[in-house]
Design a binder for this molecule. Structure first.
Ligand SMILES: [Zn+2]
Length: 220
């Protein structure tokens, strides 16, 4: 009888935690920004959107290494889910001051966007969420070692540090070989596959002249 009462009580509690959140119907704290309704984690806090439990914030009480492992597991979960949803097998998470700011899977084939790598998508989401183009102080967790484009995006965004799980050799084994880009960059420009032609430099310099003399510009 006592056992049954306990089961009923725990059932009521879990139903409460699963359904109630003061943040419901407002902007979700879930970094995916795709779902508006929040789930509530086992501590009764808003834990991200109901559809993306992998976006839930790790508990504050966890040791740092375990929190980092959870951030990476969010990225890995996104990468696995992405395979089943038609995207590439990559996921990334941006963290600031111990809080997940943004998370995304690769969306190249879904968005028809060759630049929609998980890291780039997550940087874009994080910048929108924080209202800035400067992610100084943010750390990025990616399920795979970043390609040259994503690495460059991280430099431009001033990401402070990144963590990766799969490496570029693991990626190459399943057909994602970005070594050729590194090889291209090492070649003299005239020997690269991507040919280039300079033209109309004098006309294009006008924008640079105006920028150089502008007093109230936002530098980055
Ligand atoms: Zn990339």
């Amino acid at each position: 009888m006592r056992k049954i009462a306990l089961l009923v009580t725990s059932g009521i509690l879990s139903a409460f935690f699963a359904s109630s959140c003061s943040n419901n119907n407002k902007e979700s704290q879930c970094p995916c920004k795709e779902k508006k309704e929040c789930a509530v984690n086992s501590e009764g806090k808003c834990g991200g959107c109901a559809e993306h439990k992998d976006h839930q914030q790790p508990s504050d009480s966890l040791p740092l290494d375990e929190k980092k492992a959870q951030y990476m597991r969010m990225a890995i979960d996104l990468s696995i889910k992405s395979v089943n949803e038609g995207g590439g097998p990559f996921g990334a998470v941006v963290v600031k001051d111990g809080e997940v700011v943004a998370a995304s899977a690769n969306r190249v084939t879904i968005n028809n966007d060759p630049t929609a790598h998980a890291e780039v998508m997550t940087i874009r989401n994080a910048c929108q969420k924080l209202g800035t183009f400067d992610l100084s102080g943010c750390e990025l967790y990616t399920s795979c070692e970043p390609c040259p484009m994503c690495l460059s995006a991280m430099y431009w965004a001033h990401i402070s540090k990144y963590y990766y799980a799969n490496d570029q050799f693991d990626a190459a084994k399943i057909g994602f070989d970005d070594a050729f880009i590194y090889e291209e960059l090492d070649k003299p420009i005239e020997n690269r596959t991507l040919k280039r032609v300079q033209m109309l430099r004098d006309e294009a310099l006008e924008a640079f002249k105006q920028w150089a003399s502008k007093g109230d510009k936002t530098e980055y």
